[in-house]
Design a protein. Structure first.
Length: 242
């Protein structure tokens, strides 16, 4: 059959196995072979032909996905890519050398069950599945997949962990402890000497109070510049991009 490469548009003549899509068995009679060939021709016209070339292993697809996002500047932050890399590493260990078109829902469910058995929260497992889906979508765009094994997979239900609020007294106590001598086990073993106060204790206290009063996250507070401060309006801009 003359087949068009979905990535390059180049047309080549390829030998196509005449296999029944349901039983995965080759045609046993001439009539059956003719029927399967006609079906492939219809799929070619509808652009629904199955992948008729050797697909990459999942580990290769992961490497291609990460390299793509390192090269192309998009909306994903480096921290997001780092989290996806960690999740995809776990998926690679689970999938082994499975090729992307051979990944099944059963493999996905087995990974989810294993993560839950290890005490991982439902939210984290859902993020792992999102990383897998994003990677396989890239493989689908490259023409290696016709459908995703995660299609229709519902996210796990999870309950956010209840955390106690930190009171102003707690913040004052934390900042005050930074300026006090710190105890070191090694020094105590040599004669009970106490250590020195925390280095940059005042900067640490200012940093903690800045987050407490502004609501900024840790990285947001670290990225602040003087241009983000409007002294006339007494306004602080969090998360500025410029």
């Amino acid at each position: 059959m003359v087949i068009e490469d979905p990535c390059t548009g180049a047309k080549t003549t390829r030998r196509v196995p005449l296999e029944d899509p349901d039983t995965k068995k080759p045609a046993a009679t001439v009539a059956e072979a003719v029927r399967l060939l006609q079906r492939l021709r219809v799929q070619r016209e509808d652009r629904t032909l199955p992948v008729l070339r050797r697909t990459p292993q999942f580990s290769e697809a992961v490497a291609d996905y990460l390299a793509f996002h390192q090269t192309v500047k998009d909306a994903k932050r480096s921290t997001t890519i780092g989290k996806e890399r960690s999740a995809l590493t776990r998926w690679t260990e689970h999938m082994g050398e499975t090729r992307v078109d051979r990944i099944t829902r059963a493999q996905v469910n087995a990974f989810i069950a294993k993560r839950q058995a290890n005490g991982v929260s439902g939210r984290t497992v859902n993020l792992d599945v999102i990383a897998l889906r994003n990677c396989l979508k890239k493989s689908m765009d490259d023409g290696w997949l016709k459908d995703l094994p995660t299609r229709g997979l519902r996210p796990l239900k999870w309950t956010p962990r209840t955390r106690e609020l930190v009171t102003p007294a707690d913040i004052d106590r934390l900042c005050g402890a930074a300026s006090k001598p710190q105890f070191h086990k090694s020094r105590l073993a040599r004669g009970g000497e106490t250590g020195q106060p925390l280095k940059n204790a005042q900067q640490f206290a200012d940093y903690i109070r800045l987050m407490a009063f502004s609501g900024a996250r840790m990285r947001e507070a670290l990225r602040l510049k003087w241009t983000d401060v409007d002294f006339e309006r007494k306004q602080l801009t969090i998360g500025a991009t410029a």
